[in-house]
Design a protein around this ligand. Sequence first.
Ligand code: NAP
Length: 287
Amino acid sequence: MDNKDIIKCGLLGYPVEHSLSPKMHNASFKKLNLSYHYSLYAVELKSLDSFIKFLAKYNIKGLNVTVPYKEKILPYIEEKSEAVKKIGAANTLVIRDFKIKGFNTDFLGFSKHLKELIDPYKLKVALLGAGGAAKAVVYSLLKDKVKAISIFDIDRKKAEDLVKKAKEWAVGLEINPEINQVETIEALDISKKGLLINATPVGLKQSDLLIVPENLLHRGLAVYDLIYNPAETKLLAAAKGKGLKFSNGLGMLIYQGAESFLHFTGVKLKVSDVAAIMKEALAEEVN
Ligand code: NAP
């Protein structure tokens, strides 16, 4: 096949070189015999405008979007999914019918993967972090009808803003969840929660301390850490040591990738089938 017939997809961000996405997507294209290729596009902010303008010329038909562009990309999107409009961030673009269409598959990825750990229906949740990923997490938790979410972030304003947004998202849900922002980790009231989620970067570095005091990890608590590299943060090691249910965020990454893959290619496959191919491709990738 001629190179020009290969449809291009990729990851837009800055930096992007440590991403696992090319491995996941290229393995899936190969397995399904699709003439697509997934590359990394490290684009500086000053070049973002011209990069987007020339997508068609470069024959780029699909993009994942990562830090720092999930929000900055919004003005370029001509057709936004409901989740993009509500969350205010997009991580997947598809260029079709001469239009840039934007989706958020992060929240779907989290929702799908969380259910492998615990049923979120009527669950009480403590959330650490109120940044970009936490927005997708809260949107997903509300869609899945949790009973309560308490949020702590060292940046108080971010937590306040997320609570405000979450209350808007919750309007019209069949259950009326309690959503609040707290000033300390202790005030998260973890002893009364069924799920603790870490959506901060604390744990990425070996030198990071355990983010919550170990004595707050009670029996009956499940722990989800969005970090997947390292595969076992200090938080997850503590949860494991106490015999709790726990998970890292690799499955979230895989499921969001699988949802994006379906947008890029339009193939009629179950997301779980694509996720299985991606999981196999990444086996042993994360330490
Ligand atoms: P972000 O936008 O920077 O948000 C992180 C938030 O956590 C910030 O508001 C930060 O405050 C806050 N924070 C930092 N240290 C804290 C602490 N000790 N206690 C409470 N809050 C604290 O980052 P993000 O994009 O949301 O990513 C968060 C994490 O999720 C990262 O580790 C990322 O790798 C992971 N992630 C995983 C997936 C996946 O697919 N598994 C997807 C997306 C993100 P400051 O800004 O003031 O520091």
